[in-house]
Design a protein around this ligand. Structure first.
Ligand code: C5P
Ligand code: MG
Length: 171
């Protein structure tokens, strides 16, 4: 395995403690709504996610991935969709609450890396990648070089939707 000088400084990990989590989310797109991806408001989007929260598919999928890694169900357990308190929630709060839940269950939890795919036909998100990576890194307390985010169009197969799929490795 290739190691970098930075790797050499890190303590060896107990691989029995490694856990992988996967999450995905999708929202319908509607005119006149804000489009928020990874905590970043996408400027000049004609459409945004129809949702009771801010409809941030990337952060919803990330929160589900974190909970899934520790077999803690999904964000509906933390924020029941029919509970009025779940309305208008910032998705950053959802991620923070998921982290709190898994820390309560498993003690210190450290995110090793995140790998995500966001599928959206329009607008282009690549110009916002650094901002989105920085924001996700901040939420998880990891360096940007541990947050990989891919943008894909659906080639017109999922017009009218925005989707995200996220894998996290945690310890
Ligand atoms: O899906 P496709 O392979 O056609 O995507 C081509 C490129 O467009 C990718 O490099 C991706 O980063 C970018 N892209 C984007 N915004 C999107 C979808 C794709 O910047 N909403
Ligand atoms: Mg959602």
């Amino acid at each position: 395995m290739n190691t970098t000088p930075e790797d050499a400084k890190r303590p060896a990990r107990d691989t029995d403690r490694l856990r992988v989590g996967y999450g995905e989310d999708a929202h319908r797109l509607e005119a006149g709504r804000a489009l928020v991806i990874g905590g970043v408001a996408v400027p000049n989007s004609a459409v945004g996610a129809a949702a009771v929260s801010d409809g941030d598919v990337l952060l919803h999928a990330l929160a589900d991935a974190l909970l899934s890694a520790f077999a803690q169900g999904d964000i509906g357990v933390l924020f029941p969709p029919d509970d009025p308190a779940s309305r208008g929630l910032s998705s950053s709060v959802i991620v923070a609450t998921a982290l709190e839940r898994i820390r309560k269950q498993s003690g210190a939890v450290e995110v090793i890396n995140v790998s995500a795919v966001v599928t959206l036909d329009q607008p282009r998100l690549a110009p916002l990648r650094d901002q989105i990576v920085a924001q996700v890194g901040r939420l998880l307390a990891v360096e940007p070089d541990r947050v990989g985010i891919t943008f894909k169009t659906s080639e017109g197969l999922a017009l009218g939707h925005v989707q995200a799929r996220v894998v996290v490795l945690v310890t």
